[in-house]
Design a protein. Structure first.
Lengths: 193, 231
């Protein structure tokens, strides 16, 4: 009778021994009880939709608080009303570049209809025209014999009125106020606003 | 006359052949159906239970737990080599499955989805506690002692079967724990749980090629760790 060949030991067969590692049947009773308890606890501890909203808001606050702070800072410090405006505010019809004319040209333009430079009535007439539009003009700050200093201001004929004393006063209006800080310009110096 | 007999014989032969072919086809169909029926019925049974759970029937989930708890525990246990951790992680996997079963759309089978939850839960736990590992092994049942392989090794090493089984159990767990978690998972799912490459790729969310290559590498490693027993 031939001798029986011994079973070859392979890795696969060795690993199959692991299938025999099983917990005893009573283990499943405690397993089921523990699982049941955990599931109940999870149901009880389940957060409400309000809690979800609160959590979301809290998370959003982490993101938006610095942004809001930065926006407030920018609003308070960067949008300083005292700061002179170098460019026309949004909505202004004309740009400084469009009317980059020589000092005094605006006045000439304003008084051109009468032909008289000192004619205050002409200013009034011009101011009354509904077609008058805001524009930047150069205003004299100081003038010496050989040099004149100017700055650009927003000139809006419809919101300026001429006084009989020869000076043109500003009408207190936000856009004009923000655009230029000149209270009164002397008509004697050929700068009417 | 002879021609008529010949024609009649050929006709009969053709009929017999046709009948044989039909019988073979029917047999094949029956065999295929018989093999696939348990899988299909299991899947459809799961689908029905899942639908019931999604409809609010908690008892249906208990049935799913009873059905899959041994298999799930076995996977987690073989990945951790710690019975307490395995029990804890298996419960956690079931709780996760219960809380997210509303989002289960049935694109994969329920068991694939459940196994994926268990494997991911275990792997993330192993990653968290990779320095805090110790064995807490299950009892090995009597079937192991009477297996051919234990008989053969017992004769070869002249060791008492009970002692040999315990020694083998420790060495196998040590060898498995030396593998990386992903390689270990592939070995456990293929060699111990008997899943297919395709099923493992779905569970581990990787290609079949990756599964094969991981399995090949892992088995090479295990061969070298267990070379004292393998011949």
């Amino acid at each position: 009778m031939p001798k029986k060949e011994p079973t070859p030991v392979t890795l696969e067969k060795l690993l199959q021994l692991k299938r025999a590692e099983q917990p005893p049947p009573e283990f499943w009773d405690s397993f089921d009880k523990a699982l049941h308890t955990r599931r109940l606890r999870q149901l009880v501890d389940q957060p409400s939709p309000w809690a979800w909203w609160c959590r979301s808001l809290r998370r959003a606050a982490y993101v938006f608080t610095p942004l809001a702070a930065a926006a407030s800072f920018a609003f308070v410090f960067l949008a300083d009303p005292e700061r002179p405006v170098d460019s026309p505010p949004s909505g202004a019809v004309a740009s400084a570049a469009e009317f980059d004319f020589a000092p005094g040209a605006a006045l000439d333009f304003a008084l051109a209809s009468s032909g008289a430079r000192e004619d205050v009535a002409a200013v009034d007439r011009y101011a009354d025209t509904s077609s008058a539009r805001s524009r930047f003009v150069d205003e004299t700050i100081s003038m010496t014999s050989d040099r004149a200093h100017y700055r650009k201001v927003l000139y809006t004929p419809s919101i300026h009125s001429a006084a009989r004393d020869g000076a043109v006063h500003y009408v207190a209006e936000p856009i004009a106020e923000a655009a230029s800080r000149v209270g009164t310009a002397s008509s004697a110096r050929m700068r009417h606003f | 006359m002879e021609g008529g007999i010949l024609q009649g014989t050929i006709h009969c032969f053709n009929q017999i052949m046709a009948l044989t072919q039909t019988a073979t086809a029917t047999e094949q169909l029956t065999t295929t159906t018989a093999a696939e029926t348990p899988v299909r019925s299991e899947a459809s049974e799961d689908a029905i239970l899942v639908q019931r759970v999604q409809g609010g029937d908690v008892a249906a989930f208990d049935r799913l737990v009873v059905k899959y708890r041994e298999r799930l525990f076995s996977i987690v246990y073989n990945l951790t080599s710690n019975r307490e951790d395995a029990a804890d992680l298996t419960q956690e996997a079931f709780i996760k499955a219960f809380s997210s079963i509303g989002r289960f759309k049935g694109k994969s089978s329920f068991f694939t989805w459940l196994y994926r939850i268990a494997v991911n839960t275990t792997l993330s736990q192993l990653k968290k506690n990779r320095l805090r590992r110790f064995f807490s092994l299950e009892n090995i049942n009597d079937e192991a002692s009477s297996s051919e392989i234990v008989e053969a090794l017992s004769v070869k090493t002249r060791t008492e079967k009970g002692a040999l089984v315990r020694e083998l159990q420790e060495r196998l767990n040590e060898a498995l724990q030396k593998l990386s978690p992903k390689h270990r998972t592939v070995v456990v799912l293929f060699e111990i749980e008997g899943l297919s490459h395709q099923e493992i790729s779905e569970i581990m969310n990787c290609s079949v090629g990756t599964v094969r290559s991981r399995l090949h590498y892992a088995k090479q490693q295990l061969q070298s760790y267990l070379q004292d027993y393998i011949r």
